[in-house]
Design a protein around this ligand. Structure first.
Ligand SMILES: [Zn+2]
Length: 267
């Protein structure tokens, strides 16, 4: 038996963009055009301010702008968590969650560490305030799902010279490899500053419309893998029960199996 992603897809692709600057508006359009799904990590304390690289998206537009994608935390004030006391760290993360939940009207469970800085303590505090995952800036050039979602290392930055090559390698993932995940991150202001919007358009176009890919947000990926890890197997491994609220997909020989929420299937 091998695991598959949602709807029996073999591969998953997700994007993560930090800081919530006005250039997110154009990036969201590109993602929409090509059917990509992304997570946008925002600093709630900076929304609507204009004093940095063209400014930040406004509080009023968040709900509409990011509809269909995921909004997640990046710290209220983009502080380096390594420099904060524990109470400051707690406020930096929890107040961000509270503000973004109010603005989006939905639950916010994700984080990316400002400056890519993290520590054991930051992970503990993130977990305590109900954050399920957090992205680092450690590029792996690989396609594994993380073993620790609070230290979620991405595949690569969009500016990586190997981006397209990695994309092809991801599509060519051998069939014995379970749950290949390509995770691309960056900042939308980089496309403006470097005048290279064509780069992300080219990559999205290359990846779009592929039946074998599950286009998902960071949170959807985290939720799916977490639900998969909760599956309960019989001692002989021939039966599996799914106690979660979403279907989990598997493949045995050539057959695709769906284990529905609250149900058990036999192999
Ligand atoms: Zn940032």
């Amino acid at each position: 038996m091998q695991y598959l992603y949602s709807q029996g897809k073999r591969l998953a692709l997700t994007f993560s963009y930090d800081d919530g600057q006005i250039f997110d508006r154009r990036l969201v359009q590109i993602f929409r055009e090509y059917g990509m799904k992304a997570t946008f990590h925002l600093n709630s304390g900076k929304l609507g301010t204009e004093n940095f690289r063209g400014g930040f998206v406004t509080r009023d537009e968040i709900k509409m702008l990011y509809a269909g994608h995921e909004v997640a935390c990046h710290g209220v004030e983009h502080r380096n968590v390594g420099l904060l006391t524990r109470p400051q760290l707690l406020r930096e993360l929890e107040d961000d969650r509270l503000a973004l939940e109010e603005l989006t009207g939905s639950m916010v469970h994700g984080l990316s560490y400002a400056y890519g800085v993290y520590s054991q303590e930051a992970e503990e505090v993130a977990r305590c305030v109900g954050l399920k995952y957090s992205r680092t800036t450690n590029n792996t050039h690989s396609f594994f799902v993380p073993t620790n979602f609070l230290e979620w290392n991405p595949t690569c930055h969009h500016g990586d010279p190997l981006l397209m090559e990695l994309g092809q390698k991801f599509l060519d993932s051998p069939v014995y490899r379970e749950l290949p995940l390509m995770y691309v991150w960056g900042h939308s202001y980089e496309f403006d500053g470097n005048r290279n919007w064509g780069l992300i358009e080219e990559f999205c176009k290359f990846m779009s419309g592929r039946a074998e890919i599950w286009y998902c947000t960071n949170g959807e990926l985290c939720d799916y893998v977490t639900a998969m890890q909760r599956l309960e197997f019989s001692a002989d491994g021939k039966r599996v029960y799914n106690p979660s609220a979403q279907s989990i997909w598997m493949q045995q020989d050539e057959k695709i199996l769906e284990c529905k929420p609250g149900e058990a299937i036999s192999f």
